[in-house]
Ligand binder design. Structure first.
Ligand code: SF4
Length: 365
């Protein structure tokens, strides 16, 4: 049922679905067509107040507005299709992008706002570096039902090229009153690595102009078995990107960092995987990760399907799923708590003690 639902999310190919439920039918209509560039421009060009509604203002400041107010959304949609994320379903796999003119118009408007201090805090979307990169076949006849654009390999029909993004960012930097433009939305580092022509230049420009000391990336895990369940690039890809990032920082004499988003207790993830993640991040990546969230099953994702059924929907094989809340928290604790080694030793000792007792009993009785 989920496969049928998931594959019916491209407006060019989707059909209405219905499922009998007792004596009635549940109907799902096909999704609307993606907005054209012109339509999306119109949405963003509306005369927004860019302020908290007076009704809420009475209740105090809205913290999130500070970030949103001086940020620019360049596009909607994502073709990353990470298994735990529902953006593919609710925004679609097609990148619906604004025109350069519309983006620059908004940047100029922000620069004129009374409380603008010279900083545009984000230029991005669900995945910042998908702007301007889309498959022509998908736009004409819909997304493929038998393969994904980025996983497990990049589809050769997706021509990855960061040139357009670099040009827009440069033009925003040059607007009067703008001191700094950040890309704070996450980027797909595997896309940067695969862009032979502009990938390195794009990363250089990010390092030079568009990050405030740290670049956020979302490897979500480091162990390949778990990454495979998530539909994310493997450990080797993360390492290559990290090395490239450090090399560029060195060349530019900068000391900037990568911030890693990670998930604990995703279907297929055991405590051992979290110990290996801890070891890899501290020894290989030399960091002590803080941004770890416990996997939460949410509607419309393959990971939730795995969580519920305890089956890998792509292979039909049973998978380990951690459902005990305390053990889920423990998976997170393995990475964020300092006492990990003593906990691990406790587990090892516990097993050793059990074995010792077993042998003692065996040889004495
Ligand atoms: S042809 Fe390739 S890039 Fe285009 S939609 Fe299909 S999988 Fe994605």
């Amino acid at each position: 049922m989920f496969h049928t639902f998931y594959l019916n999310n491209d407006s060019l190919t989707a059909k209405g679905l219905c499922q009998q439920q007792d004596s009635r039918y549940l109907i799902q209509n096909p999704p609307i067509y993606p907005l054209t560039r012109k339509e999306l421009d119109r949405v963003h060009d509306l005369p927004y107040e860019r302020e908290v509604h007076p009704h809420y203002k009475k209740e105090g400041e809205v913290k999130a507005l500070e970030t949103i107010k001086f940020s620019i959304t360049t596009h909607r949609g994502c073709y990353g299709e990470c298994n735990f994320c529902s953006i593919t379903v609710h925004q679609g796999k097609v990148i619906q992008e604004r025109s350069e003119k519309s983006i620059l118009r908004e940047a100029k408007l922000l620069a004129k706002l009374r409380d603008f201090k010279g900083y545009i805090l984000d230029v991005g979307g669900p995945t910042a570096n998908m702007y301007g990169i889309e498959c022509q076949k998908k736009l004409k006849s819909g997304s493929c039902s038998d393969k994904r654009c980025l996983y497990p390999q990049f589809c050769p029909r997706l021509k990855i090229n960061h040139k357009k993004q670099m040009e827009i960012l440069k033009k925003i930097r040059q607007i009067g009153g703008v001191k700094k433009v950040f890309v704070a939305s996450g980027i797909r580092y595997d896309m940067v690595l695969s862009d032979q022509k502009y990938g390195e230049r794009y990363l250089c420009e990010l390092v030079k102009y568009h990050i405030s000391g740290q670049l956020k990336i979302a490897p979500e895990h480091t162990e390949n078995d778990v990454l495979e369940k998530m539909g994310k690039p493997d450990q080797g890809c993360l390492k290559r990107f990290r090395d490239k990032f450090l090399q560029i920082n060195k060349e530019q004499k900068k000391k900037q960092f990568l911030t890693y988003y990670l998930i604990a207790a995703h279907p297929g993830c055991r405590e051992e995987d979290m110990y290996r993640l801890k070891e890899y991040t501290s020894k290989e990546l030399r960091l002590n990760p803080k941004q770890i969230q416990i996997f939460t099953p949410t509607p419309s994702t393959y990971s939730t399907l795995m969580y519920y059924t305890e089956i890998d929907p792509f292979t039909g094989r049973a998978i380990y799923v951690e459902k005990n809340l305390k053990k889920k928290e423990r998976q997170k604790g393995i990475v964020v708590e300092k006492k990990v080694n003593s906990n691990r030793n406790f587990i090892l000792n516990h097993h050793i003690n059990k074995s010792v007792i077993y042998f003692y009993l065996l040889f004495n009785f």
